[in-house]
Design a protein around this ligand. Structure first.
Ligand SMILES: [Zn+2]
Length: 474
């Protein structure tokens, strides 16, 4: 293969190269496209292993505290995003779709910090702005009946950004960063989840997505409680709701899609949307098992994501692929319908590129595409003996045999070392920043202790509320 500039220009034997060309010997190695992390939130990066397992609705109190969360500095935003990017690059993730949330508020300084981290790391990144704009009580069923009045008043008093301001920020973000670094950095839009934004903002994001051709991140039916929310608060499923609001289309990236019913699946299939499947996160938070085969059977594009480092605890897409390959085996007695290694590799690479609108740019080895490539050492324990390379990539490899990573024709990792960033300096800075972050987190924990019994009561009430489908293994 020949790479010139940022792309693949020839594939085949006996290729002509100039005298200044670097020749990389791939003897005994596997050349493959880089992995794609189709769903990630960089702000969670400092919280790997920090939290016990708990349902999403309680977990989010720590992740995006609804009260009294001090703003983080742009440097913290930068370092968190850089740490995640370095961890991904070292195990062979060349493309990431980041949906960073900003607590308690967002501004261009914080956005620049995240984008600068992606610029400096060398990874290919599509990035949104995840900024809900409705009061906490509107996001959940039953909560207004359960929370004491004093807490409700405080929650209702929280300042929320108006739609106009957020759209203006998006336009500034797109003009500043979309297409930068030779199109390595791109923008997408995000509502977080439909129940977390006003209807006019949900629609305005869809218009931006249409105007600029950007993917639209929408977390939908991640949990059983969200299914109950649809029944109780909307009188319909959240998939039906986004369809009715006109935002379910081919640019929509439906994240999770666990508690979807047959009607939801038909709407999703007709829309041409993609689905981001995050199997490790879904087990860690007890969300349930996505109906993989029912979605796949309808021709919906499924990509894979790690979700964030506080709910997957790593960004290891090899682990995500392995989990995607095996967890669905408990959902269907017909073993002929269980995911194959080839399907899972497509989800983890090609489908991820497609979900970001990058299917003509990356995700496969073809002349004209970006050189986003890995060399995998085959003289290693995971591939010895070599029985079936696809199955061993999905079931045996863990990222430790990635010997070279190239993004857009630039070697960014070689022999286990990331070349774009001084990793030991980065780790030292993370430890230093943790002093500031840990004290903030202590304040958050005090609030969570106060709120947790009410959120638990909401969760338990939702568990008692009947729904027509089951995505738990119980
Ligand atoms: Zn997410």
């Amino acid at each position: 293969m020949r790479v010139e500039g940022d792309r693949i220009t020839a594939i085949g034997p006996d290729l002509q190269v100039g005298p200044d060309t670097r020749v990389i010997d791939g003897t005994g190695k596997l050349l493959m496209p880089g992995l794609v992390n189709g769903h990630f939130h960089s702000p969670g990066t400092f919280n790997k292993g920090a939290l016990a397992s708990m349902p999403l609705e309680v977990f989010m109190l720590y992740e995006v505290p609804p009260l009294d969360c001090p703003p983080s500095s742009p440097r913290l935003d930068y370092v968190r995003a850089l740490l995640g990017a370095v961890e991904m690059l070292k195990i062979g993730v060349t493309v990431v779709h980041d949906d960073p949330f900003y607590v308690p508020s967002v501004d261009m300084g914080r956005i620049d910090a995240v984008m600068s981290a992606y610029r400096d790391s060398g990874i290919r990144a599509t990035v949104s702005i995840n900024m809900p704009n409705v009061p906490e009580l509107q996001k959940y069923p039953f909560l207004s009946e359960l929370l004491p009045d004093a807490i409700q008043r405080r929650l209702q008093a929280a300042a929320l950004p108006p739609t106009g301001d957020l759209v203006e920020l998006y336009r500034a973000f797109i003009s500043r960063w979309h297409g930068q670094e030779g199109d390595r950095l791109r923008a997408s839009v995000s509502c977080s989840a439909p129940q977390r934004v006003t209807k006019d903002y949900l629609a305005a994001l869809s218009e931006l997505s249409h105007e600029f051709g950007l993917p639209y991140n929408i977390h939908v039916l991640e949990t059983r409680l969200q299914r109950v929310f649809g029944d109780v608060c909307l009188g319909r499923s959240l998939v039906r709701y986004i369809h009715d609001e006109g935002v379910l289309n081919e640019r929509a990236l439906i994240i999770h899609a666990i508690w979807v019913d047959e009607d939801d699946l038909d709407l999703m299939a007709a829309s041409g949307c993609s689905v981001a499947h995050n199997p490790i996160c879904n087990l860690r938070l007890g969300s349930g098992v996505m109906p993989f085969r029912s979605i796949m059977d309808r021709g919906v594009n499924i990509c894979l994501g790690s979700d964030e480092l506080c709910s997957d605890d790593s960004v290891n897409m090899w682990s995500v692929m392995k989990q995607a390959a095996i967890v669905h085996n408990i959902a269907d007695p017909d073993y002929r319908r269980w995911p194959s290694a080839a399907e899972v590799l497509r989800c983890g690479i090609t489908n991820g590129a497609r979900a970001m609108g990058l299917d003509r740019v990356t995700g496969s080895i073809e002349v004209g595409k970006q050189a986003d490539l890995l060399l995998i050492e085959l003289d290693s324990l995971a591939f010895t003996p070599l029985n079936d390379v696809r199955r061993q990539l999905v079931l045996c490899e863990n990222g430790s045999d990635v010997s070279l990573v190239m993004v857009g024709g630039r070697v960014v990792v070689e022999d286990g070392r990331v070349l774009t960033v001084d990793e030991s300096d980065l780790r030292a800075e993370v430890r230093e920043l943790m002093l500031e972050y840990a004290s903030q987190f202590d304040a958050v924990e005090r609030w969570v202790n106060e709120l947790e019994p009410f959120y638990r009561a909401m969760y338990e009430r939702a568990v008692r509320h009947g729904v027509p489908i089951d995505r738990w293994a119980s």
